[in-house]
Design a binder for this molecule. Sequence first.
Ligand code: SF4
Length: 450
Amino acid sequence: MEKVTQLDTFRVISERVGRFDVQGKTFLIPEMNRIGGHLLAGVFRGFGINSKVMETYEGLDLGKKFTSGKECFPCVVTLGDILLFMKKEREKLGERFDPENYVYFMPGADGPCRFGMYNKYHRIILDSMPGLDKVKIAALNSDDAYDLAGLIPKEKMQDFRKAAYLSIVVGDILDRLLWRIRPYEKLEGETDKFIAQAMERMTKSFTKHSPKKDFSPVLGDLIEIVKEGKEIIDPKIPRKPLIGVIGEIYVRTHVKSNQDTIRILEKYGAEAINASVGEWINYTTYDQVRLAKIALRLNLKRLRLKEVKESILRYLKHNLSLFYQYMQQRKVYRMVWKYIDIEEDHKIGHLERVLKKNNTYSFEVGTEACLSISSAMELAHQGYNGIVNIFPFTCMPSNLTSSVAKPLMAELNVPYIDVSYDGSFLPGREAALRTFMYQAYQHFKIQGRP
Ligand code: SF4
């Protein structure tokens, strides 16, 4: 038997995890945020790429079977998703099943966090299964602000990037619409049904209009949905305590992984708002601008002219992207605010200033902790009635967030709770959330809401 060396393993990882042309393939997207993932798949289809959002969480047992228990929970859930998808596809297609037809999308992140290793680990597991070594893994990384180069043809890239970003913003808005309407719905269950239909409608809209460079029909559809959604609200129900949700992006956004925490909060009298996915995308772009500025200063100091030029170009490129993202995001939110008061997204520069002013943490350290800590402080200052930090059990940045944010919230007299998840059901978790909501209600009675 041929001996597989460590070097072989690294070679395989670099060859089959990366940027691949996905045209002509089935592009598999794992579900994180239910709405946004489907809208993004709609954009891909609009650009001629057969894209699917995989069924999620049903393969958790498979994910657990091929992990040791030490991995981050999102790594286990997403591994289960791809393994189950492949199993079902093989059963469905029989002889016609060809693993080379699939590209599995698993982005990464730079820095001390383990997110960057998920796709490598998934590669190793897929390689250990008959035929699945042929399934490619498309990986984009936060260290270049999820640049799409190499994934789709160069000439389509700019248009695709714009449409993809808009799909993220629209996904965030539909989520916010859900959280704004559901606690005040006239008929129980109406909002969930409405949002599920809205998601389908917007997915079709993105598929149809994305490549045309004119997003007005997409935004027109969104506004129609917002107007219809507003009608679900019963104006007789008074506003409720406002709860801000922060934490690790996957678990706080993936409803099944967090056992629908927002619904539980609503059950005990909350109106809750989760941090958006757009915030993370804006953060990765913002961080590139920040790093380019640092590099520029350093190169100027050392008079390295070639590098100075490179850092200026890098700075301009990312700054332009950030400017576009903020402009587009603001434009869509403004359109929606004409009809309903959903919460705004924080600007990343503002969050960095919040941290600097209080000298509590630094963007230099990175990870999601810099967003979560600053967001918790900002929400507390805005007058939110409570903060919930949702994260995977053992998540490093989220534990860091907890150690910094918890005492700060105590100082500010703002109710705060950590809730971690690893797939198990803790009998006391709902009781803890209920107690938290009692505290939030006391805060609300005294201070009101923003
Ligand atoms: S953010 Fe937490 S869950 Fe995600 S990779 Fe890092 S340590 Fe793991």
